[in-house]
Design a protein around this ligand. Sequence first.
Ligand SMILES: CC(C)(COP(=O)(O)OP(=O)(O)OC[C@H]1O[C@@H](n2cnc3c(N)ncnc32)[C@H](O)[C@@H]1OP(=O)(O)O)[C@@H](O)C(=O)NCCC(=O)NCCS
Length: 259
Amino acid sequence: MMIRIAKSSDKFHILKFCKNTFSWGDYIKDVWDHWLSEGNLLVIEKTNPIGVCHAVFSKNQVWIEGIRINSNFRRQNLASNLISKVESLAIQKQIPISLMLIDTENIPSLLMAQNLGYKINQTWKFYSLFPQENNSYEISYEKIIPNSELSHYVKSWRWIPLDDDTISSLNSKKCIVQSKKDKDPTIAILGDSEHFEKTLIVTLFTGSKNNTMNIISFLQNFGFEKKYQRLQILTKETLPEFRDLEHKISFHLMQKLLS
Ligand SMILES: CC(C)(COP(=O)(O)OP(=O)(O)OC[C@H]1O[C@@H](n2cnc3c(N)ncnc32)[C@H](O)[C@@H]1OP(=O)(O)O)[C@@H](O)C(=O)NCCC(=O)NCCS
């Protein structure tokens, strides 16, 4: 078995076994080209590639995504070897934390992660919201200040810590929307998906029910006006009932300290 950086010709072999990975299919075909150009797309091969994962290294963390092993070759430690390889690269770069996101119902993957020393750090819910004209909202674009509740935001399905630099960069891009109709504000951080067209990804920190409903109305209308096809909301809380808002999946954010 050899682990190496992926090349374009691996796409054919990898996509052959990444079609019906989950009940809804798989997204590897949609991100392969982006991930290859971003770098650190790893494959594990026997005669042909039989496993894959992508790593995104930043100053304070490595994000591991898209772990897939051909079903004929599972339970041979291949995924564990891929992850360990990424971790060793991260350690060389003195990166202290490794993170990955796992569906709360994906037991094989959760067991694998736990075996490797990952712990559940947070649990997030993914909602989809259908864009519609909706004029019953009142919001403001305002700066946020760091606080422990604002732990991460979701950028193209990668959880990024909301440290001071990230917050000031988000503030200056004016992509933070707040509802302050009553005491407990609800905050939304908006960003376009870098991998999927016309897809808005929203990290939501909920306050009062009134404020949350208000922001959801705004998002629904914003999606409609800007012609988004998909509005994806990630939040740690359970959202109130709202027409065209659907809870899809929950995820554990799994973390391992590397040093
Ligand atoms: C999850 C997945 C990547 C695991 O790949 P793998 O190469 O089979 O995993 P490993 O052989 O490294 O597993 C290591 C350990 O994890 C646990 N584990 C892995 N798969 C398991 C399963 N199906 N049932 C129970 N435990 C499992 C076991 O403890 C295993 O050690 P053991 O075989 O000595 O008991 C693979 O099943 C897969 O591709 N699934 C579909 C895609 C997916 O879910 N990806 C992860 C998204 S976050």
